[in-house]
Design a protein around this ligand. Structure first.
Ligand SMILES: N[C@@H](CCC(=O)N[C@@H](CS)C(=O)NCC(=O)O)C(=O)O
Length: 190
């Protein structure tokens, strides 16, 4: 989604996790953690960790700006990015891992932890709704990495059937607006 927002033409190589491509020696040489995504530079350096990749691309290709244009804007965007990640994105990942039959063989599922994750997601929806009652985007007046993280977290939560309540009208309007961005097709599950 970040690459699409930047309108960059980046060669993509698919790694099939179901076939275990991410555990093969050639991929582990690029990322010893055996996880996607990895950005392989022309220099041969491999960058993994999504936020490290996004920050690198932001510096190399500053327009459109997605991390903030001055210290104040950068701080506000960082604050909302961290909130979106900690209260929505990570709990959405963990909720799936600890509740969905798909992951039963892979994780020692802890139902009480899944419950806490669900609670965090629902509280996050309210937090975001109240923020979006006074601004168009989480970081202020333009789309930023904070919206991207929140949107991806929300889409993942929706995949696990943890939808937001229709009464959260500011969140619903924001969600519709972000869904209409061409880049959103990269993050939507439904
Ligand atoms: N902290 C990493 C997490 C990456 C991650 O969890 N990747 C998942 C797919 S979205 C993966 O490769 N899972 C395979 C595995 O962990 O075996 C990041 O932000 O990029």
């Amino acid at each position: 989604m970040f690459i699409a927002e930047k309108r960059l033409d980046v060669e993509q190589v698919e790694i099939c996790i179901a076939d275990g491509d991410h555990r093969k020696a050639d991929f582990l040489a690029k990322n010893p953690l055996g996880q996607v995504p990895v950005l392989e530079l022309d220099s041969g350096i491999c960058i993994s960790e999504s936020m490290a990749i996004c920050r690198y691309l932001e510096e190399e290709f500053p327009t459109p700006n997605l991390f903030g244009r001055d210290p104040e804007e950068r701080a506000v965007i960082h604050m909302w990015s961290r909130r979106a990640e900690a209260t929505l994105f990570v709990p959405a990942v963990d909720y799936g891992h600890h509740s969905h039959p798909l992951f039963r063989g892979q994780f020692s599922q802890i139902p009480s932890y899944a419950y806490l994750c669900r609670d965090s997601i629902e509280k996050s929806y309210s937090l975001l709704d109240s923020r979006l009652g006074s601004v168009g985007f989480l970081g202020g007046d333009t789309f930023s990495i904070a919206d991207l993280i929140a949107f991806c977290g929300l889409e993942l939560a929706r995949l696990w059937q943890v939808a937001f309540a229709p009464s959260l009208t500011s969140l619903a309007l924001w969600h519709r607006r972000i869904s209409e961005r061409p880049s959103a097709s990269m993050a939507r599950y439904s």
